[in-house]
Design a protein around this ligand. Structure first.
Ligand code: PFF
Length: 456
């Protein structure tokens, strides 16, 4: 076992190579693949967007993921302490970690709400009477759910309690054990629903939409959105991968692991697209329905097919599983910080985090009901948290992490860390990575951020 020793006492960590992959993939795969990716792709021209997203993932998301895991494993501490320890004295790089803890809270605030809707849909589709082929009816059902303050809060709390309970069991017995069981189920469900969708009459059109690029739809906004999605998808730019990296085994091949996770995550997104679009087209529904695709269109689509109620339950269980792995990693960022830095036991740190989240999250949960009229910069709390994290906090966090690694930590340490002190024969990969993280990633990020703020 090499759960790393820190400060003389054994620190909890992931125990096997497979466990590392399951937990990391569990973090990457989430509502992003099922709720965001298909609807954003739908709104931005299908396959053309996917190509821009792929480039963002390769040049920005993946390099930052590798960097975070590398720094975390080196320091073996929470996100803030990692940056504080690795940076030269008096240089405030730890602020990037602090911004990450903030981002974790803000993402969780709306994420737990969407996960709450997913849990509610599982429950409602099991007890039945929920299916209708008429989008007007499914739309009303969704509106009834989100405009009911008590229901919104309650489902969010259910989610928080489930995630809190798993986290209390620790890193290897909680996070690793859970994701190792859930990930295979997720793939099986996805493939089953994908096959069902592809074998529907008229499925070809949906597939074409997903695979045939139309570049006339690609604008600068598309690029910004693609980059934000790449960060959100890979759970990067906010210390999640630093925290998980701190639990990696010493002999883990980080560039290899990150690349596998990135590819598997992409596969899940594409499979989600294959599960959704062919069915949507086959039954003649609108594709660019935005976020309502998941909660309004999908139920109507399932109601239109034979055995639809079974597939509907399976689909939302799939979404619930995906959301769970991601939320474990999101919450682990503050839990690890409170636990290790403030010397508070893990169960108590978890309770503190969950209670704080229930408070902050309630603003997002109530933003379609009690707080619907409260707007900040023209956004409801829900949209504000969603927009500022993906489009500002994560890219800015990613930028500072890239700058720190490329310009402060430096080539020699990077080569040493990513070749496992020469044990891995991947030096050319690491050297190419170094050029990307030092020059390509920061320049791209700065350009897109400035463009996003309408400065250039
Ligand atoms: N990657 C997750 C998803 O795509 O749903 C969301 C996420 C998890 C973002 C963890 C950030 C994070 F730290």
């Amino acid at each position: 076992k090499d759960a790393a020793a820190s400060g003389g006492k054994q620190r909890d960590g992931f125990t096997t190579a497979l466990g590392v992959i399951a937990a990391t993939l569990g973090s990457a795969v989430g509502l992003g693949n099922i709720w965001k990716f298909p609807s954003i792709t739908g709104q931005n021209g299908g396959a053309a967007f996917i190509i821009v997203y792929l480039i963002s993932t390769l040049l920005v998301g993946l390099p930052v993921m590798i960097t975070e895991q590398m720094l975390g494993r080196k320091a073996r501490k929470d996100a803030i302490s990692t940056l504080r320890e690795l940076a030269p004295k008096k240089q405030p790089w730890w602020l990037a970690g602090a911004a990450g803890v903030l981002a974790a809270f803000l993402i969780m605030a709306f994420y737990t709400e969407v996960a709450g809707w997913v849990f509610a849909y599982i429950y409602k589709s099991v007890v039945g009477g929920f299916l209708s082929t008429d989008p007007a009816v499914t739309s009303q059902a969704f509106v009834d759910l989100i405009t009911n303050p008590m229901q919104s809060l309650l489902w969010q709390w259910v989610v928080l309690v489930v995630i809190g309970a798993i986290l209390m069991m620790g890193v290897s017995k909680g996070i690793e054990a859970t994701t190792k069981r859930l990930m295979p189920i997720l793939f099986l469900l996805l493939v089953a629903i994908g096959i069902r969708s592809l074998t529907l009459e008229g499925a070809g059109e949906g597939l074409r939409f997903l695979l045939q690029p139309d570049f006339s739809k690609v604008t600068w906004t598309t690029v910004l959105v693609a980059m934000g999605l790449a960060f959100f998808k890979l759970s990067t730019g906010m210390g999640t991968m630093i925290t998980y990296g701190s639990y990696f085994r010493e002999e883990q091949n980080i560039p290899g692991t990150a690349t596998k996770v990135m590819l598997a995550d992409l596969l899940v997104s594409m499979l989600a697209g294959i599960a959704i679009f062919p069915a949507v087209f086959a039954f003649g529904f609108e594709v660019d329905a935005g976020p309502s695709l998941l909660f309004i269109t999908i139920p109507a689509v399932f109601a239109s097919m034979p055995l639809g109620n079974i597939f509907m339950v399976l689909f939302f269980i799939l979404a619930g599983i995906a959301a769970t792995g991601a939320m474990l990693s999101l919450l682990e960022v503050p839990v690890a910080f409170i636990n290790e830095k403030m010397h508070i036991s893990r169960p108590v740190a978890t309770v503190i985090t969950v209670v704080l989240l229930a408070l902050i999250g309630s603003t997002a949960a109530l933003s379609s009901s009690t707080l619907a009229d409260v707007k900040v910069f023209g956004f409801t709390f829900f949209d504000l948290f969603d927009y500022t994290t993906s489009n500002i906090l994560l890219p800015v966090g990613g930028l500072f992490i890239a700058l720190f690694a490329g310009w402060v930590w430096g080539k020699d340490r990077i080569v040493d860390a990513l070749t496992n002190s020469g044990a891995l024969k991947n030096e050319w990969v690491v050297k190419a990575f170094y050029v990307v993280i030092k020059f390509v990633t920061p320049v791209l990020l700065i350009l897109v951020l400035l463009r996003g703020l309408s400065i250039i």
